[in-house]
Design a protein around this ligand. Structure first.
Ligand SMILES: [Zn+2]
Length: 245
């Protein structure tokens, strides 16, 4: 299934490259670059995308031992979920399923809205999400909720499409439950599931760091994953901490 999806990824002949890879999820492997986009690289063994490889590299660098972590990942499948399931003490996953009451499950997948999580305060030691926040209408509420459900000393690691030298631009907002477009609609393809794409409410700039800090996080940084080969050029990942008190 994953391999089939991989075959559908756009191939730029001039960008094709193959090299040895130490995959954070599956170990010694090969990296295949199919194009120069943020999603253009795959691990040939576990099919992890560039985004997931970046997340895995930063996670392992920051937290080499995950065995004492109760973790929460805001998606229910993929190589990052499989990796966390093997490494952490406990793993909670969820998806945004608007048709399912939040906190309830459908087909064993819990439905959650990150703007109003149903978890108790201080439930997790580690929270991860990839390519979620730009699709959330009120990302400040989302960040405040993620801070609330993290324990003191907990860590948040996530990725968003990032325009580092720029400031964040709001593209759309919710008004009385309706989407109001401030700029032409941009839909991001969902590299994990395909489909029509999801509306991006904003384009994040480097000032995302201030936005995360404003939600109460400390030691917030954009971390460049360190991984060979050099042409991987993985996107920076945001890492933030909840004060240990
Ligand atoms: Zn792999």
């Amino acid at each position: 299934m994953r391999r089939a999806r991989m075959a559908l990824t756009r191939i730029e002949p001039g960008a094709l490259a193959l090299a040895r890879l130490r995959c954070p999820f599956c170990g010694p492997s090969l990296a295949l670059r199919m194009n120069r986009s943020d999603h253009g690289v795959r691990c040939l063994r576990c099919a992890a995308s560039s985004i997931h490889l970046a997340m895995g590299a930063v996670l392992l660098e920051e937290l080499p031992d995950l065995t004492d972590r109760d973790a929460y990942e805001l998606s229910a499948r993929g190589p990052l979920v499989a990796f966390l399931r093997r490494k952490v003490r406990s793993l909670q996953v969820s998806e945004f399923l608007p048709e399912v009451p939040f906190g309830h499950e459908k087909d064993s997948i819990r439905s959650e809205d990150v703007q109003q999580l149903t978890f108790a305060d201080e439930t997790f030691d580690l929270i991860t999400h990839t390519e979620v926040l730009e699709h959330v209408p009120d990302d400040r509420s989302a960040l405040a909720e993620l801070h609330r459900v993290l324990r003191a000393g907990g860590v948040l690691v996530f990725s968003v499409p990032l325009h580092e030298g720029e400031v964040t631009i709001e593209r759309a907002r919710l008004r009385d439950g309706r989407i109001e477009h401030l700029l032409p609609a941009v839909l991001h393809g969902d590299p994990l599931r395909g489909g029509a794409g999801i509306l991006a409410f904003r384009d994040y700039g480097g000032d995302i760091v201030e936005r995360v800090r404003a939600a109460g996080f400390v030691r917030v940084e954009l971390r460049a994953p360190r991984m060979a080969p050099s042409w991987l050029k993985l996107r920076k990942v945001i890492i933030a901490h909840k004060d240990a008190q």
